[in-house]
Design a protein around this ligand. Sequence first.
Ligand code: SF4
Length: 431
Amino acid sequence: MIKQTQTRTISFYTFGCRLNQAETAVIENSFKDPQYTIVDISQPADIVVINTCTVTENGDADTRHLVHKISRLNPSAQIALVGCQAQIQKEKLLDLPNIHWVVGNAKKFDLAQIVQAVDIKPQVITPAIPRESFSIALAGIDSRHTRANLKIQDGCDFFCSFCEIPYARGRARSRNFENILQEAEILTAAGHKEVVLTGINIGTYMFEGKTLLDVIDALEQISGLKRIRISSIEPTTVPKDLIQKMRGTSKLCRYLHIPLQSGSNKILNQMERKYTVEEFVEFIQFAHKTVPEICIGTDVIVGFPGETGEDFQQTFDVLRENPIDYVHVFSYSKRSLAKSRLLKNEISAPTKKQRSQILRDLSNRKRRVFQERMLQTAPEVLFEEKKKDTWLGVTDNYIRVKVRSERNLHNLLVKVQLQQIENQTVAGQLL
Ligand code: SF4
């Protein structure tokens, strides 16, 4: 094994969830070294790092398409596939062109050391994932986005029957409390005003007796940090105190993304979820009553094996009748390690497509109703980017806002009077 000395170009691409984005930012930072020039994914590069996702079969297909595209446009590129798909599919991924490294979740943060060595043969590095709590040495400063992802947790012990994540990411473990605060301080010093707490099952955070609420309390003490947002959180793991906290002057955003997955108790049971529809509804009703301007989003899987028309109708009714403001709709796909692969009564592709469309339409209508409810209020907007003469930003309760202004609003928190809905975005005026 010899060491590489030449300067090389490197690019990064992320599939999947927020946690993957957070982790790509950390990996990218580990390549900030004179030996490398980081370029955009649209540019040819000597090394291309793809952080993969395997939650659905679409995730797998997306990786394959991107790898083929890169190898066609840039035949000399060396590709590193890291993360969940790498962990599960291992050697199988070597059949794809230009793959030089397949690095699973336990070793992906060592990628900079791994690519240092010039090995003729492709490397597959996918050891078992440790169970212990962890620290991350480098902050995931992401200069392209104003809102920074902050990883606090990884893995999951819930083993829902449709999900491969516990196999791809291992058992639930939490990040060292002090190490989280250190990264938050660094991110704030770098100019980030909002952090999004990410993980696989963040409601189960537990480090030396400290819970998710303790993490939020400690982050609130960082003076330059203005907003703390929690990303997706499992029903049954959200303490009511967390909702209470969203009231008043807390920095915690009035936002909850809480996956329902199905509105049928029969299907929830087969999914091996840990709650009933009634418990879910009771909780979101409580959240809505406690914080009337909260935005509540959810995930739903359509076409789980055995989902009858009646089960689907129950899901539709729960979504329609309750304070749920948008829905991310996923079409069920069989995963090779998930228990549900053994279930009979598969749902046909056209039915899944039709049901998905019905829920997407419902989601659009519900989002609009929520936005209408917020018109004429004047929330603070964190501005992120400018497109032509329009600045785009987001409120704490996740309304996308646009404003015409000559001012440079980048990364500023400014009050905006919300005036009218234009294509899923709300146009407003600076106050
Ligand atoms: S809670 Fe269920 S769906 Fe979420 S990661 Fe864990 S096993 Fe997968």
